[in-house]
Structures are given as structure tokens and as C-alpha cells.
Design a protein around this ligand. Structure first.
Ligand code: CA
Length: 734
């Protein structure tokens, strides 16, 4: 093998070997053949020269280091015997940052060992299996490559990290984690004949956490589109690990024919593998393990001849669209982008172990009236620890033949003949339920040299910083703090003269609850961007020193500095005197920003002139919203001129589980100045009001815009109203 520096290539004709430094190629990259020569490049200019001269069997080696703004194009023609390689000098040694991307065109290309981070793509893709619409990649492979947190700072800007075009391509052992902005993490496109019947293989990849996006467009993998859904894709998705992929209701959106999903693990991921469009899909030997987390589901079945067999579904908490198994009703003579009738589905030999629900005829309504036909549900094992069967029937299920199933929970009457019910001490007979191996171990996916994310809580993972009272002490401490640190305030008075831009999660707490007084002199004390988050505890905060300006808010989010998902926790806090202008808030979300969770506990709010918690910046009715969970409990609000919360989720699509609003065991006195509701919950999908007391306060208002919101009301009292409870509902559907 020859190892060449770029300068030597041009001189290479009939000359013999030339000397050059040795390159350590990733040991874990299994190559289909030995490269004939290696070409080391150290600059983008070198690369441009090298790619012109590249021949089958060549390996272009990117030197270790950070390559900024690299519009990397690998267009070349290798052969099956002698592919053309593009690799990093060492695995993980090459960082592509800034506005970098990779496009491939040609045949028999192999890319390995790159890391994309600290930036985002200026194009529609980070890695594209085509150079442009004319030049696609075939028989090519991307392996051992990492894309992490490579997000456009504008959440609404849509891109996709990996897009496969062409045919016979392979994407394996890659690590894709932390996508936040709009657009699926990865897609397979079928938009020309050259990309159909594609025989792609997607395997042993680690799909890391994808937090809730807060709108449609948060899928982790999509294969096809509704437009091409009746054509054959023929993609194999095997032995991948989907770890907390919770962007929206579809973890995977299958929208084409004859794909296979085999041996994948879905760990604690919200939503389902959705067979949204296209026919003849096979789903087998997968493990769906929800770890009892909310909205964790399994497979949602739509269309013709879908097979779901030998899968393990366990500890899944989801219901309705995120049930462990969901068989949808279709639309008669459905347009291509609506719901085709389930016809010929075979659901056999699966195990359902402690799952929330199995939904049959889900979506049944006047439009979705076509029930499943010619289908079978057989030899499945359905076990639970509770008393109730997980089956819910929303329509006539006589088009599904139930046979040979076993359960320990009495099934609904309509299905009873298809089940044997076990007694407590009985074992399930063999041949029923899933057998063999399911899913894949996390460690067998992705790469060994790049860490997989662990903890979910952003707080309390770092060191403690103790500070004394005085001017700007919190800002000073935050300037040196690292993500997860905790700042502890000694008793006394603290004043902050400037707004604090916070891009990491931090805890700020009083050494002793109630001994710290905090004031601030700007419109906002905390401005959150990037992954900024706050856990505040035990502080007495006044808004009295803030200026008489419009839109004051103690905490606000901003898209300047990059967007991430924020978490704010307030406990044992006292807020008073937020009245220097009309509309002073405690927390305000800016348009284009998103809070995973805002949780208020054991806190008091007195004399607030605006809406206390404001999540209503997304008024375009695109289905976008600003907060996933707002939780208020054991708290007191008195003399709040606006509502205590305003949440706005417009749009009619059914792609999100949220927003959620849970308000319990709290007291509200003179909230809304006699006219505004306790809370304005527009398009909220899941809400509860429990154990609250309202005085001189109007009931909360729920505006239903889409879906079937879950509403729990109990034990609220409202001295001012004869309303049954603390809620007034307005329905805008149809
Ligand atoms: Ca979707």
C-alpha cells in the first residue's frame, strides 16, 4: 500500500513508492477491501485537489483536527472490488463544524469516522446520498460517523441530518443524537425511479435522544412520503437502537412499501413505529420497552398486508395513538395522504407484557369509518399485572380473526372466543407469544469512541458554588459555572443590575429557605437560550426594582444564542410586587422557543400585573407551541391581573402529545381581575385541575382545537361560581 501526501499525487505516474507519514485508520472499520493507496489531506484545498485525482482503491484521509465550514463533496466512481474511501485519520479525530455538510455522488464510496458537531447544515441535509438531483449515490456506505446537537438555531428551520437516495446504500454503526429543530432526523427518499426498489440497509445505528419537538416534524426516521407511498422501497432497518426518540407521535414514519423493521430496540421512546402509508411492511423481532414512561408505544398499523410478528412489547405506558399496538380505522376511498383501510394485517406471536393499551379501530369517526378487514390476531400473549384487559375497541372488529391467543386478563366479550384465559398459577403454553432474541443491545450500536448520553435531569450533576449577598453576585457566579452546577446563596439581599444570558442548566438556591431577598433592575433577570435551564429554590423575589417597560418577565427565553429545550423548576419561592407596569410576568416564552417542563411547587405569587406563565407566542396555527408540561402544585396566587397561565397550541394536526397543564392543590384569590380566566389553555391535549380553591376568580378555559384532550377535574371549589367545576370548555373542532 502507498501512503501519499497530496503533493505527491500529482507527481505519481510510473514512479514507485514514495514515503509519507503512517496513518492510523480506525481499527473498527471493517473495509470491504484493502485500499491501494492512502492520500492524506490537511486542508480543504488539498481535498479539492485530491478528489480530482482519485481512483478506485484510493483512500482519502482527512487529517485530525477541526474542519470548519467544509462543504464536503465526495463524487467519484469506485468499483465493488476497489471502493473509494473517505476516512478520518483517527476515529473521532476529525470534527466537521460550523456550516459543514457532506454530499456523495457516484458508486462504491465508503465514508467513515467523521464527527459533525458545533454548528448546523446550511443545506437541507447534513449527510446526503446525492450530490444533487442529477447525481445520486449507489452501492455506497456511511459508517462510524457521528452527528450530535448539530442544530439550526432557529427551531422552525427545517433540515434532515441524513437523507438516503439512490440504491443499494448502507448506513451503519452511526451515532445521531440530540436533534432539536424541525425535520426528521433521517429519511429515505423515493422521489425518482433511481431511488425506488432501493435495497438500502440501515443497521446498528444509535439514534440518541430526540426531545419533544412541540409540533409535527419531529420523526426520527421516515421512509418515503405519502406521494410515493404505493411504490416499493425495500429498505431494511435492522438492529438499531432508538433511545428516548420522543420528538412526536411517530418515532418512525413508514410511508412506502416492502420495508422490513427487524431486531431494533425502542427504549423509552414516545409514540410508535407508524405504518403510516404504503403496504407489505414486516415488523419482527423488535423490542419495545417503555420503562413505563409516558406515551411510550409500539406499532401503529394502517394500510394493506402489514405483518407484525414475534415482537416484545413491555412496560409501555401509552394509549390511543401511542398504544402498544394500534390498529387504525381507515377512510373509505381514502386520498393518498389520509388513512387507508387496514386490509390483510397479520399480527401474530407477539408478547405484550404490562402494556397500557391495545387499541383496535382507533380513530373511528365519521371520516375514518372503514374498519379493518381480512386480518388476523393470533397466538399472541397478553399479560398484565392489573385487573383490566388492555384492549379497547372503538368499532366493529369482526374483520380481524382472533385465534389461539393467551392472556391472564379477561378480554372484552367481542374477542373472548379468540383467547384462553390463564389462572394465576398457570404458565403460557409454548408456541404462543414471542420467542428467541428481540432487539439489540445499546453497546452494539453506534461507535465505541463517542459517549452515548445518559442522565435525563439537567440539574445537580455538577459542583456547588457558595456566594455571599451583594451586587451582581449571581451573574458573577454564573459566568464561571458549568452545566449542572449549583449556586448556593448565603442569607441576605442580592441585587442584579444586568440581565443574565444563561445557556446551561444551573441550580440557584437559598442556603436556608426564605432568608434570601432578590431584586433585579432590567426587564428580565434570566434570558434562557441554547440549553439554558433553571432550578430556583427558597428565594424571595421582588419585581420592584425593574423598569417601567413593556413585557417585563423575570425569566424569558430567547432564540438569540441558539435554541434548545428548557426546563425550569421553582420550589419554595416567593414572588411579590411585579406591578411596575401592566403585563409583568414571571416566565415568558419567546416565539420559536420551547420548554420541556415548567414546574412550580410550594411557591407563592402576590401582586402580579400580567399573565404569570406565558406560553402563547405561537399564534400562527401551525401546530407549534411553547411548553410541553406546565405543572403547578401546592402554590398560592393572589391579586394576579392576568391569568396564571396562557398556553397556545393552534393547528389541527394530531402529531403531538402535548401541551400538558396540571394544576393541583393550589389557591387562587383575585386572579384575572374579574374578567380573565384562571388559565387560558388553547389546544392543550392533557390537563388536570385537582384540589384547587378559587376565590374571586373565573374558571379556567380549555379551547379544544384538535384531538380528544384528556381532562381530569376533581375536588376544586369556586366560591364565586356555580360552575360544576373550575373549567369552561370551548370546542373549535369542525
Ligand atoms: Ca409526523
Amino acid at each position: 500500500m502507498r501512503i501519499l501526501a497530496i503533493a505527491a499525487i500529482a507527481a505519481l505516474t510510473a514512479v514507485g513508492a514514495c514515503s509519507s507519514p503512517t496513518v492510523a485508520i480506525a481499527e473498527d472499520v471493517s473495509l470491504p477491501g484493502e485500499p491501494l493507496r492512502k492520500i492524506v489531506v490537511e486542508t480543504q484545498e488539498d481535498y479539492a485537489d485530491a478528489i480530482k485525482l482519485v481512483q478506485p482503491g484510493d483512500m482519502i484521509v482527512l487529517a485530525n483536527g477541526t474542519w470548519r465550514d467544509f462543504d464536503l463533496v465526495l463524487e467519484a466512481e469506485g468499483t465493488a472490488e476497489h471502493p473509494i474511501y473517505l476516512v478520518s485519520e483517527e476515529p473521532g479525530g476529525v470534527i466537521l463544524s460550523g456550516q459543514s455538510s457532506l454530499r456523495m455522488g457516484g458508486r462504491h464510496l465508503v465514508v467513515s469516522g467523521l464527527v459533525f458537531r458545533d454548528g448546523y447544515t446550511p443545506r437541507n441535509e447534513v449527510i446526503s446520498f446525492r450530490r444533487d438531483s442529477e447525481t445520486l449515490a449507489f452501492n455506497s456506505r456511511v459508517t462510524r460517523t457521528v452527528i450530535e446537537n448539530y442544530n439550526n438555531p432557529d427551531r422552525a428551520q427545517r433540515d434532515t441530518w441524513v437523507v438516503m437516495y439512490g440504491q443499494n446504500n448502507e448506513f451503519d454503526h452511526n451515532h445521531l443524537s440530540g436533534k432539536l429543530n424541525s425535520g426528521p432526523t433521517m429519511t429515505v427518499r423515493l422521489n425518482t425511479e433511481d431511488s425506488q426498489n432501493n435495497n438500502h440497509r440501515i443497521h446498528h445505528n444509535y439514534f440518541g435522544p430526540r426531545p419533544v419537538f412541540g409540533s409535527n416534524g419531529g420523526e426520527t426516521l421516515r421512509i418515503g412520503t405519502s406521494h410515493y407511498s404505493l411504490t416499493t422501497s425495500g429498505t431494511l432497518v435492522e438492529n438499531n437502537y432508538f433511545d428516548r426518540c420522543s420528538g412526536e407521535v411517530e418515532i418512525i414514519s413508514n410511508k412506502s412499501g416492502e420495508n422490513i423493521y427487524r431486531g431494533n430496540t425502542f427504549n423509552q421512546s414516545r409514540g410508535t413505529l407508524t405504518l403510516r402509508h404504503g403496504n407489505d411492511t414486516l415488523v419482527e423481532n423488535n423490542l419495545f420497552d417503555g420503562n413505563n414512561a409516558p406515551y411510550t408505544g409500539g406499532v401503529r398499523v394502517i394500510n394493506a398486508r402489514q405483518t407484525v410478528r414475534n415482537n416484545m412489547f413491555r412496560n409501555l405506558n401509552g394509549e390511543r395513538f401511542s398504544g402498544a399496538l394500534v390498529v387504525m380505522n381507515g377512510v373509505p376511498n381514502s386520498p393518498i395522504n389520509r388513512y387507508h383501510q387496514v386490509d390483510g394485517a397479520v399480527i401474530e406471536q407477539n408478547s405484550f407484557d404490562r402494556v397500557g393499551t391495545i387499541e383496535l379501530g382507533e380513530g373511528s369517526d365519521t371520516e375514518r369509518s372503514a374498519v379493518p378487514i381480512n386480518s388476523a390476531f393470533r397466538n399472541n400473549l397478553v399479560m398484565g399485572s392489573g385487573a383490566e384487559t388492555p384492549f379497547n375497541l372503538y368499532d366493529d372488529m369482526s374483520g380481524i380473526a382472533f385465534e389461539g391467543n393467551v392472556t391472564n386478563l379477561a378480554p372484552p366479550e367481542a374477542l373472548a372466543s379468540g383467547f384462553t384465559v390463564l389462572n394465576a398459577d398457570e404458565q403460557a403454553p409454548s408456541g404462543v407469544g414471542a420467542a428467541g432474541a428481540f432487539g439489540v443491545e445499546r453497546s452494539e450500536t453506534g461507535v465505541s469512541w463517542y459517549p452515548k448520553p445518559s442522565s435525563d435531569s439537567p440539574f445537580g450533576t455538577g459542583k456547588t458554588i457558595e456566594i455571599e449577598p451583594g451586587e451582581n453576585k449571581i451573574a458573577q457566579a454564573m459566568a464561571t459555572a458549568e452545566a449542572g452546577d449549583e449556586i448556593v446563596l448565603a442569607p441576605g439581599a442580592y441585587n442584579e443590575a444586568k440581565s443574565i444570558n444563561l445557556q446551561i442548566p444551573l441550580t440557584v438556591r437559598a442556603a436556608e429557605v426564605g432568608t434570601v431577598d432578590l431584586s433585579f433592575e432590567r426587564r428580565n433577570l434570566f434570558l434562557l437560550s441554547s440549553t439554558g435551564g433553571l432550578k430556583l429554590s427558597g428565594l424571595n423575589v421582588t419585581g420592584g426594582a425593574a423598569p417601567d417597560a413593556v413585557g417585563n418577565s423575570f425569566i424569558a427565553s430567547t432564540a438569540r444564542g441558539g435554541t434548545g429545550n428548557h426546563v425550569v423548576e421553582l420550589s419554595d419561592m416567593v414572588f411579590t410586587d411585579f406591578v411596575v407596569n401592566r403585563g409583568f410576568s414571571i416566565l415568558t416564552a419567546a416565539k420559536g422557543t420551547f420548554f420541556d417542563r415548567v414546574e412550580v411547587r410550594n411557591s407563592s405569587f402576590k401582586n402580579i400585573s400580567g399573565v404569570a406563565f406565558k406560553f402563547d407566542a405561537e399564534t400562527d396555527d401551525y401546530g407549534i407551541y411553547n411548553v410541553e408540561y406546565l405543572i403547578v402544585r401546592d402554590s398560592e396566587f393572589e391579586n394576579v391581573r392576568g391569568s396564571i397561565a396562557s398556553i397556545y397550541r393552534g393547528g389541527r394536526d394530531e402529531s403531538t402529545f402535548g401541551p400538558h397543564a396540571f394544576i393541583s392543590d393550589s389557591t387562587f384569590v383575585s386572579v384575572g381581575a374579574g374578567s380573565e380566566p384562571l388559565a387560558v389553555l388553547h389546544g392543550v391535549q392533557n390537563m388536570s385541575l385537582e384540589g384547587n380553591t378559587l376565590e374571586q376568580t373565573e374558571a379556567a378555559q380549555l379551547v379544544i382545537t384538535t384531538g380528544k384532550p384528556k381532562v381530569v377535574l376533581s375536588n376544586n371549589t369556586n366560591a364565586a361560581s356555580d360552575a360544576i367545576d373550575a373549567l369552561v370548555t370551548k370546542d373549535l373542532r369542525q
